[in-house]
Write a protein that binds this ligand. Structure first.
Ligand code: SF4
Length: 495
């Protein structure tokens, strides 16, 4: 690289930016808190998507102190739909650090900024340069692409050593006194002109000395080794409808305090054993709708669920290859005990051999696994009624293939153990508490011996993280995108 090419790059790029920069809400002023919020929101997210979120967020939490003092559920609700929710939690934790250590003002100090929760080298550089005009590089994927192309760098940008080299290069290019504008100019060029798939070299302000373009490598650079594809796992979820005082409502639950999507709300769902997992289909964002109800004739013989008002409800499942696969997958796990009765349950009603491996057979097995796993994990007994649809949700490292079933609420196992009374007529029930007793020995059904007369459905003894909701609660509880899509689709279908 010649010094001339480098100074040409800095000069032309800065001039182009000052004349053409987009009017974005975070460019209204250089308030470091606003810069910080915008940079966190813009990680992995498009500008157009971020704008309304940014405006709402700043209106609700205009200062670091306001954010620090807000209840976390409110912050998550404001972030709902933007994804990568750990960003919101880290941002609030960082705001609390700013209040505790720096009197509520983001400090003009690189070390202090980089020590804030969720603030890495890129965000540190962005805050220091944009808010305080310090000559710090802010190198993200966009910037690495632009500089790899302009300087025809053929090192793998996935390697830390390459990133460090590019950070040094970017720092050396910053014109004196214009750090904030220059770093934003680099980002702007990567976003608008030197784009990943179709670099607009003919309109590029630095095309004259672009070595990548001159070498004909603008479509090849940057070099980046591919990350491992995300792991695909099938999750089986339940749209559990209520009755009586909960008529028209759905049962949802809150996720644990830590881990993936911590504290967000969701439909009850379980991880399917590998044998029930889907072959990797094309990516599905929208819902693929249900084709047949489980309890319809189409799947007669595979799964029979009694109506809730019956005194004795029977599940009978045919022994099929899919069910055998469930047994194989569940063997050795804590769910084995729940899978086993399925395999020995009577085959009454099976009209010949089922379509082993077929979708209806697989769905019947999924429905059964869902009811057993929810019972095992949360003491929640439900009756899957029909396959409702499917959708995907892509995280950075994992893809959820979400299979959704409509289900009726059964009851809670308050004792944590299933009563093994064998005869329905002999089943005892605690009328005051509405306790329902189910038979649970091998060869019988979890739903056998339900005594409706003494078992009004209710959630008075439900685990604290479960709640019945109607559409209006969607305004206050924060759900991950995949469940927002499912729930909105569900309520829309009801209208
Ligand atoms: S000339 Fe083309 S490859 Fe080079 S920086 Fe501009 S858009 Fe990118």
């Amino acid at each position: 690289m010649t010094t001339e090419a480098a100074s040409y790059f800095s000069r032309e790029l800065l001039g182009w930016y000052l004349a053409n920069k987009r009017d974005l809400p975070w460019r209204m002023n250089r308030d470091p808190y606003r810069v910080w919020v915008s940079e966190i929101m813009l990680q992995q997210t498009r500008v157009d998507t971020v704008i309304p979120y940014y405006e709402r967020f700043l209106e609700k939490f205009p200062t670091a102190s306001a954010l620090a003092n807000a209840p976390e559920p409110e912050v998550l609700k404001c972030w709902e739909g933007l994804g990568y929710y750990s960003r919101a939690r880290n941002l609030q934790a960082g705001a609390r650090e700013v209040v505790a250590r720096h009197g509520g003002a983001v400090p003009d100090d690189k070390e202090a900024v980089s020590a804030l929760r969720g603030v890495g080298p890129y965000t540190t550089g962005a805050i220091m340069s944009i808010a305080f005009n310090r000559p710090e590089p802010a190198v993200d994927g966009n910037v690495m692409r632009v500089l790899s192309r302009y300087f025809c760098l053929e090192e793998d940008i996935a390697k830390p050593a390459t990133r460090i080299g590019i950070e040094k290069l970017a720092a050396s290019l910053i014109p004196e006194g214009s750090a904030g504008d220059f770093n934003q100019a680099l980002m702007e060029l990567g976003a608008l002109v030197c784009t990943p798939k179709s670099p607009g070299c003919l309109t590029c302000p630095v095309m004259m000395h672009c070595e990548g373009r001159m070498a004909g490598k603008e479509h090849v650079l940057p070099i980046k080794t591919k990350a491992k594809p995300p792991r695909r796992e099938t999750r089986i979820a339940a749209l559990i409808t209520g009755s009586g005082e909960h008529a028209g409502k759905l049962l949802v639950r809150q996720r644990p305090e830590s881990g993936l999507l911590a504290q967000m709300w969701e439909l009850p769902h379980v991880l399917a054993p590998d044998a029930l997992g889907a072959a990797a289909p094309a990516k599905r964002r929208g819902r693929s709708k249900a084709g047949a109800a489980l309890n319809a004739a189409a799947v007669a013989g595979e799964l029979q669920l009694a109506a809730p008002e019956e005194a004795s409800a029977i599940v009978s499942v045919s022994v099929s290859e899919a069910s055998a696969a469930v047994r194989e997958s569940a063997a050795g796990s804590e769910l084995a005990a729940f899978a086993e009765p399925l395999l020995h349950a009577g085959t009454a009603g099976a009209d010949g051999p089922p379509d082993a491996g077929g979708s209806s057979d697989r769905r019947a097995s999924m429905a059964d696994f869902l009811s057993r796993a929810l019972s095992a994990e949360d003491g929640l007994l439900v009756r899957p009624e029909a396959w409702w649809g499917e959708t995907d949700h892509v995280f950075s490292h994992i893809v959820w293939d979400m299979q959704v079933f409509r289900a009726e609420f059964g009851f809670w196992q308050t004792t944590g153990k299933v009563n093994t009374t064998s005869a329905a007529g002999e089943a005892a029930a605690d009328e005051a508490a509405g306790t329902v007793i189910a038979a649970g020995t091998a060869g019988t059904s979890l739903f056998e011996a339900i005594t409706e007369a003494s078992a009004p459905y209710g959630d008075d003894r439900a685990p604290a993280h479960y709640r019945w909701i109607g559409p209006e609660e969607m305004r206050t509880l924060a759900f991950p995108n995949v469940f927002i899509r499912i729930l909105q689709d569900y309520w829309r279908d009801l209208d």
